[in-house]
Design a protein around this ligand. Structure first.
Ligand SMILES: [Zn+2]
Length: 473
């Protein structure tokens, strides 16, 4: 399907003539280099239409977005299927085939978005307005813009007729913003066969860091995330009337235990991922911090530096397992001493930690056998290696774009859908090549979310370069 020629012209007219309201003209018909100017227009127009599909979760309604993608894949001759996890909760899967000599690449994205309150926006959150060099709307950054760039990458490879050694799988998932049970959780459980042949996954979670002065200090690739380990503590005690206190009441016992937990300082641990990250970015800091960060493990042995470093809650969370007490439940009446009280705690474990071992440590801290501990969520903190082919390609392409920028791998304190793959031995990397300043990032889940046309153009070009290097023969 490499030669388009006359057929392409006819197709172009047919598509343009029949469906000007929906289908942008084909930006690629001739052989040779892609027509980036036309592709940029096409990507902007697709993103604008995609933002207009309201996929606020809850309720999600991702089926409309899944159909939007399906119609594009159908038109382009790329096999695609929709899977509904519940009425209205659509997931889209598409596959562009290679010769199968190497394992597949998954381009992962989620189609749902968080709610937007129109009162605090300058423009319609679901209008898809293109204004002042930006595409405006909820999801522009998280992560409808990425999905369009992933889609365009597949379309360009298909239209160019580039022979592939790996299949490329597009996964547009529902429900990520609410935990993913109706999205990737469902797909992994019910349809894992569809993508078990994958070797690599590209997902959100990494970016190109843009400073206020327009310089790019570093490219961040997500290879590791802390593992959430959420627990519920429940304790029983003597009930009774609030007028007659009992020292062994459930609430008293629970509070005493929680007090021991919040006073417990988990030991400082610099895992290799974090040691490497700070060493990578050390040169961006002034002396003497620069020298300190170059060998964080050693520097943290100095109690004065350790106290200074861990004062910043974000830095602190990079060098230890953390515990936050977040939910409490006691009596429902002020004058009743309940027979039971419970608390939920949000623990985040560093890569390489064993939840079972941590639980043993926590039991010692609590020191009360009567406290029942249940696991609510436990995701093992697994990292993806930096010596893989995909990581090497991301580094190489980044260096070509920006010889002075550092390519590094910050530890994510939160977690993404990557764990579904890492648990199954598939390498997952967080990297979408958009240049984002802290200000732009603050609009993710915030007001006036928007992505610049410049970013769409740059991101599309760079993602295409990375993917092509990995999948083309
Ligand atoms: Zn997201």
């Amino acid at each position: 399907m490499r030669k388009y020629g006359f057929l392409c012209w006819v197709l172009g007219f047919a598509v343009f003539g029949l469906a000007t309201m929906a289908s942008p003209t084909r930006a690629l018909c001739a052989e040779g280099d892609p027509n980036w100017k036309a592709l940029e227009k096409e990507a902007v127009s697709l993103l604008s239409r995609y933002i207009q599909i309201d996929t606020t979760n809850p309720p999600g309604n991702e089926i409309k977005a899944a159909k939007f993608f399906k119609s594009i894949f159908d038109r382009e001759g790329i096999e695609a299927r929709i899977f509904e996890s519940a009425p209205g909760r659509g997931n889209i899967y598409a596959r562009l085939r290679g010769d199968g000599s190497k394992k597949a690449l998954v381009l992962l994205n989620h189609m749902d978005v968080v709610p937007a309150d129109r009162r605090f926006w300058s423009e319609e959150p679901f209008g898809g307005l293109v204004k002042d060099g930006y595409v405006w709307g909820r999801g522009a950054l998280d992560m409808k813009g990425s999905a369009i760039v992933e889609l365009m990458t597949m379309l360009i490879l298909k239209r160019q007729g580039i022979p592939l050694k790996r299949d490329i799988i597009f996964l547009g998932m529902a429900d990520e913003e609410a935990g993913g049970a109706m999205g990737l959780g469902f797909m992994v459980k019910e349809h894992f066969d569809l993508f078990k042949d994958a070797e690599f996954v590209l997902n959100e979670g990494g970016r190109i860091n843009l400073r206020g002065d327009g310089k790019v200090p570093y490219y961040a690739v997500g290879v590791s995330e802390k593992g959430p380990f959420w627990l519920k503590l429940t304790v029983r005690g003597s009930p009774g009337h609030g007028s007659t206190p009992k020292s062994d009441s459930a609430v008293n016992k629970l509070i005493a235990s929680l007090n021991r937990i919040i006073n417990y300082q988990t030991p400082l641990k610099v895992v290799p991922e974090v040691q490497r990250f700070y060493a990578d970015i050390a040169d961006l800091e002034p002396s003497p911090k620069k020298e300190r960060l170059k060998d964080l493990k050693r520097s943290l042995k100095d109690p004065v530096f350790a106290a200074e470093f861990t004062k910043n809650p974000r830095a602190n969370a990079m060098v230890r397992n953390t515990i936050s007490v977040t939910m409490l439940e006691g009596s429902s009446k002020v004058n009743v001493i309940p027979s039971q009280a419970s608390a939920k705690i949000d623990i985040r474990l560093l890569p390489g930690e064993d939840p079972k071992e941590f639980l043993k440590e926590l039991r010692l801290v609590i020191g009360d056998e009567s406290i029942k501990i249940e696991r609510i969520l436990s995701i093992p903190p697994i990292s993806s290696p930096t010596n893989s082919e995909l990581f090497q390609i991301i580094s190489e392409v980044s260096r070509n774009h920006d010889p002075e920028a550092v390519i590094t791998t910050p530890l994510l304190r939160g977690f993404t859908d990557c764990h579904y793959f890492r648990e199954r031995g598939i390498l997952c990397y967080g990297f979408m090549p958009f240049k984002k300043s802290d200000k732009e990032r603050s609009r993710v889940h915030g007001n006036d979310e928007r992505i610049s046309v410049e970013n769409i153009k740059f991101g599309m070009g760079m993602l295409y370069e990375i993917v092509r290097k990995l999948v083309a023969k």
